[in-house]
Design a protein around this ligand. Sequence first.
Ligand SMILES: CC(C)(COP(=O)(O)OP(=O)(O)OC[C@H]1O[C@@H](n2cnc3c(N)ncnc32)[C@H](O)[C@@H]1OP(=O)(O)O)[C@@H](O)C(=O)NCCC(=O)NCCS
Length: 166
Amino acid sequence: MILKPVEETEQDRNRFAQIIMSTTLGKTYYPNEAFLRHEIVNAPIEDERFLLADEETNENIGVLWINRRGAFHSFPFLHVIAIRSEYQGRGYGREAMKLFEELCLEDTTGKKVMRTKAFLLVNCDNSVAIRMYEQFGYNCVGEIKGLFRKRTDERIMMKELRRGIQ
Ligand SMILES: CC(C)(COP(=O)(O)OP(=O)(O)OC[C@H]1O[C@@H](n2cnc3c(N)ncnc32)[C@H](O)[C@@H]1OP(=O)(O)O)[C@@H](O)C(=O)NCCC(=O)NCCS
């Protein structure tokens, strides 16, 4: 799987937004695609968005939206990881997590980072994602009730990352 940075073109932005909206995550957190496109255009400048593509077919499998200083202005934050539903359960999510962690251990100029702490938020009902994160070594460091939606609780998860150690 390869990471293709999302270009600042309408076409790339739309493709990125469409993939998110095709998943349960998109449908839960964004009222519609136009709203999400607005969020993308107005996102913090340090946000990085990628299309995940199959190496052989170049097909877009999913997306990654991160900010390497998005947690507390200091630590990497995984904003969105989403795999198109027809490709879920084939190992792409795990591959995308590995790519995310590689990015965490490099700053945006390509300089290596020896250690850091990666953060993410996950819906408490999203057992598939929670299980995947736990398998990767993320621990729950807190829970916020009704953070984005009245009846939806979020779990904050964190992993200490060190270069050379999985
Ligand atoms: C969470 C998500 C990224 C996982 O991606 P994926 O490509 O399906 O994951 P993988 O194929 O790499 O599998 C990861 C694990 O989840 C399990 N899994 C994947 N889909 C599953 C399903 N529908 N039901 C049960 N388990 C499932 C796999 O068996 C695997 O576990 P294992 O390693 O113990 O076998 C994907 O389901 C997704 O995009 N969901 C919608 C968006 C979302 O919720 N993102 C997370 C927000 S925080």
